[in-house]
Design a protein around this ligand. Structure first.
Ligand code: ATP
Ligand code: MG
Length: 556
């Protein structure tokens, strides 16, 4: 059994609806879909929808389609299509059958629009955008009928055909549904079904110069694919009326048991944004280094940062599916990866802010090999071999000339344990012109390798180290939250919400075994955090490690 099969998933109100539909015989099987628009990379909010839709299909032995909702050719492209496919698979899911595109149905959709015109339920309207807004009314006031609302059917058919043939300019006219200009639901006030766009499409090329709107396209695509439960986020709640109206008025779909729409709350995560428009702005204005920048909430960014598919699925299970809008703490996402890596990641030592340590009473020219466990709770993972000699690196943070007793690291005249190795005592230090310590001179107690001093001296502090001669130089990228505001979506501009210190770069050293570090293989750098090699910039000659998450939740 794969890991996916053994994960326990909590129920939710949508699964309850499905259980009822299966029990009552309304449906005999379940068919969901995940319908991204290929106008950006997928983010952690999409992961919530992916886990819901594909998770249901898997658990009910049903099917889940991947359908690109591609009705806005100007904003979409094939690179986004490819990244989305890759991300869905990486998360551990596989769509049923072939990939679908809304654009596969452009011919069918055109036919259904003609059917509505023939039934007197759609008309070609020449109001411009501004007039249309004016006629639409407000939440408090009903709208007014368009002067084109009562154009005879035959004339509408000819006008729509002329729209399709390129006989009108962009914005000159549109096809609208004839519903109710006084409806309390704004989306029912004669919504636009088709608009003119002379745009090249990544799937259909230049075949079309009219493109159907989301509300018209989505319900029909669902119906054509025999989707049973069409799951979307709450902002489409009102649009459910239109979803049903369109299908109710088309002969092919007016039957019991056809697709139904259900809404759940979207994921909002602290200290980040989830709107693709804003993510796109971060990328195009180079405020981050691309869609897969490890600070981005995209799947590609989280992956590069060191998150695993299972940690993201676990997060989606923990947040659950409800109709309650809320802002999820970033700590919840971090806890999922931290817990997983604490259990699984091999341990290693890395010195991020190096200063030299010289052990003056350790024999010149001698090197010994110290054995240390790969994982403290998993002896089956074996041991790693650490060279040890007279000259080491330790972290600048782990030494002070003087400190009170709360500082459990190395202090002049005091002792500390070098992790997995000996107890050392700091004797004196060198400093540079700015007064920064560059070298600490120590003495070591040769009888303390892996054991406490025989005379009962208590040494509480433990610090990590690497041996100078064998250590590998490495670049460390320390990430913090991308925004300094918990809810950056509420800020006027992205710029004012950005955290200027979201990336800090350090140059230090790692133990020699890390020569083999590869992307997506995580390590716990002892006392520092969880890291993995960067998939783009790291190589055996120039190691680059991304900090996935710190050891503890520093915001809690
Ligand atoms: P945006 O409005 O930023 O463009 P979107 O919701 O339009 O995002 P789509 O590509 O259309 O993006 O989304 C595909 C699917 O993922 C939809 O069913 C949508 O409801 C769902 N989805 C998108 N964002 C979230 C989110 N933050 N939480 C849960 N589901 C989401
Ligand atoms: Mg959308």
């Amino acid at each position: 059994m794969s890991q996916l099969d053994t994960e326990v998933r909590p129920s939710n109100f949508i699964r309850n609806i499905i259980d009822e539909d299966l029990a009552s015989g309304k449906h005999t099987s379940v068919h969901t879909r995940f319908p991204p628009e290929p106008n950006g990379f997928l983010h952690i909010g999409h992961a919530k929808s992916i886990c819901l839709n594909f998770g249901i299909a898997r658990d009910y032995q049903g099917q889940c389609n991947l359908r690109f909702d591609d009705t806005n050719p100007e904003k979409e492209n094939i690179d986004y299509v490819n990244s989305i496919k890759e991300d869905v698979r990486w998360l551990g899911f596989q769509w049923s059958g072939d990939i679908h595109y809304s654009s596969d149905y452009f011919d069918a959709l055109y036919g259904y629009a003609v059917e509505l015109i023939n039934k007197g339920l759609a008309y070609v309207c020449f109001l411009n955008g501004e007039q249309m807004r004016e006629y639409r009314g407000t939440l408090k006031e009903p709208g007014k009928n368009s002067p084109y609302r009562d154009t005879p059917i035959a004339e509408n058919l000819a006008l729509f055909e002329k729209m399709r043939a390129g006989g009108f300019k962009e914005g000159e006219c549109s096809l609208r549904a004839k519903i109710d200009m006084a409806s309390p639901f704004m989306c029912m006030r004669d919504p636009v079904l088709y608009r003119i766009k002379f745009a090249h499409h990544h799937q259909t090329g230049d075949k079309w110069c009219i493109y159907p709107m989301y509300d018209f396209t989505h319900c029909i695509s669902d119906a054509l694919e025999h989707i049973t439960h069409s799951l979307c986020t709450l902002e489409f709640q009102d649009n459910r009326r239109l979803y049903d109206w369109v299908l109710d008025h088309l002969d092919d779909f007016n039957y019991d048991g056809r697709t139904r729409q259900y809404e759940f709350s979207r994921l909002n995560l602290e200290y980040t944004v989830m709107s693709k428009r804003k993510l796109n702005e971060l990328v195009t204005r180079k405020l981050v280094n691309g869609w897969d920048d490890p600070r981005m909430p995209t799947i590609a960014g989280l992956r590069r940062r060191g998150f695993t598919p299972s940690s993201i699925r676990e997060f989606c299970d923990r947040i659950g599916i409800t109709k309650q809008d809320n802002l999820v703490e970033i700590g919840m996402l971090e806890a999922c990866i931290r817990e997983e890596l604490n259990d699984n990641a091999p341990r290693a030592m890395a010195v991020i802010n190096p200063i030299r340590m010289v052990i003056e009473n350790y024999p010149q020219g001698q090197t010994e090999i110290i054995s240390a466990p790969v994982h403290p709770n998993k002896p089956e993972l074996g041991e790693r071999q650490l060279p040890f000699s007279r000259e080491l690196y330790i972290d600048a943070e782990d030494f002070r000339e003087e400190a009170n007793k709360h500082y459990k690291r190395l202090v002049l005249g005091k002792e500390v344990r070098l992790r997995n190795a000996y107890i050392v005592k700091a004797e004196r230090c060198d400093k540079d012109e700015q007064g920064n310590v560059t070298t600490v001179y120590c003495s070591y107690d040769a009888d303390t390798k892996g054991t406490n001093p025989a005379d009962g001296r208590k040494v509480k502090g433990v610090i990590h180290w690497v041996e100078q001669a064998s250590a590998l130089p490495a670049e460390f990228r320390l990430y913090d939250r991308l925004f300094s505001l918990a809810n950056p979506a509420g800020a006027e501009t992205l710029d004012e919400a950005l955290n200027p210190d979201s990336l800090q770069i350090r140059h230090g050293f790692v133990e020699p075994d890390l020569k083999v570090a590869v992307a997506e293989k995580a390590y716990q750098f002892e006392r520092e955090g969880y890291f993995c090699a960067d998939c783009k910039d790291s190589s055996a000659e120039h190691l680059v490690f991304n900090r996935t998450v710190a050891l503890r939740d520093s915001f809690a």
